[in-house]
Ligand binder design. Structure first.
Ligand SMILES: C[S@@+](CC[C@H](N)C(=O)[O-])C[C@H]1O[C@@H](n2cnc3c(N)ncnc32)[C@H](O)[C@@H]1O
Length: 310
């Protein structure tokens, strides 16, 4: 069977996270989705992103459905316990009857037993920009949503979705990157990073909050990679630091302390992803960082700013 080194990603996002989704896609794929579709040669696990719904591993790409059917027949495509689905996209006007026909005819041509109720493999067919694409459909399992129910949370916590996206933005989806969240709170980013198999650790100055971070990690069966203490005492060097800056809204923080945190991030890391409640560009630049990209994200009535700095 001919295998294309092409992946079709279908993304989705709430309006208030649109900018964050675009930033994540730029960092992972060097481009933005168009009409919630992104085609790339990079293979990325959809379950590691809060925004990717499906990844279609493209086996055939043809001008017509008929040619796709011919290929399936000629290559004797075989799968056991499969199900065929039409992947509906925001664009492309494929009438219901044609969608149904594509699914039915592929189902009849693929060798092996289908299993519609408990499939072991999902096959996808869709039409994108006048091209028909057929392949293996990998869905986001959304298992990471269990992290929404961590035992210890607090008003300062990032959401699971935002933490996941920020970790991807920091690492560009690579595993060989050493990451620290030196003001980690209850460990939201550490939970996401560790469960994606990354080399990530945290530090938290408040003993009670540090203990809560460890409780959260233990609850999810993850290594308790959080140190109680001030980030200013850190001596190791990291590829990336994720700074969710303490802000006077919930805990008493002065501008001097915020400056100190950003200066220390400059000392301990090559790259910083910083989340702030206000424009802190001047302070970031004064610390010696260059701002490479920035976006806004909302949580309730608050706007947070995410900046990629090097
Ligand atoms: C905005 S909160 C982080 C929330 C975290 N992202 C979460 O989702 O739980 C900032 C945290 O930085 C901690 N912090 C402040 N100064 C620090 C320092 N010098 N070293 C380490 N942690 C510090 C605060 O105690 C607070 O928990």
């Amino acid at each position: 069977m001919k295998e294309f080194k092409k992946y079709l990603y279908i993304v989705n996002y709430p309006v208030f996270e649109a900018e964050l989704c675009m930033m994540e896609m730029r960092e992972l794929f060097n481009k933005e989705p168009n009409n919630k579709i992104l085609i790339s040669e990079r293979k990325f696990n959809p379950s590691n992103s809060p925004f990717i719904k499906n990844r279609l591993d493209v086996i055939y790409e043809e001008d017509s459905l008929e040619q796709i059917l011919e290929n399936i027949k000629a290559d004797n495509v075989s799968f056991e316990k499969f199900k065929v689905e039409y992947l509906r996209l925001e664009t492309g006007n494929v009438p219901y009857e044609e969608r149904l026909r594509s699914v039915r005819e592929i189902g009849l041509l693929v060798n092996g037993f289908p299993d519609i109720h408990n499939p072991e493999i999902s096959l996808g067919i869709t039409k994108v920009n006048e091209k028909w694409m057929f392949g293996i459909n990998i869905r986001n399992d959304y298992e990471w949503h269990i992290h929404d129910r961590k035992p210890c949370s607090y008003s300062n916590s990032l959401s699971t979705r935002v933490a996941k996206a920020i970790v991807n933005i920091g690492t560009k989806g690579h595993k060989d990157v050493k990451v620290i969240d030196p003001c980690c709170g209850v460990g939201t980013t550490i939970i996401e990073g560790l469960s994606m198999g990354l080399d990530i650790c945290g530090c938290e100055i408040n003993p009670q909050i540090a203990a809560n971070a460890k409780r959260n990690l233990e609850f999810f069966g993850l290594e308790k990679r959080v140190t109680k203490g001030s980030m200013h005492d850190l001596e190791s060097h990291y590829d990336v630091s994720i700074i969710d800056i303490p802000y006077g809204l919930f805990t008493k923080t002065t501008e001097k302390e915020q400056r100190g945190i950003i200066n220390t991030a400059r000392r301990i890391s090559d790259k910083m992803i910083i989340i702030t409640f206000e424009d802190m560009d001047d302070i970031i630049k004064e610390a010696g960082f260059k701002i490479l990209d920035a976006c806004k994200v909302c949580k309730g009535k608050f706007t947070r700013y995410v900046s990629i700095c090097k």
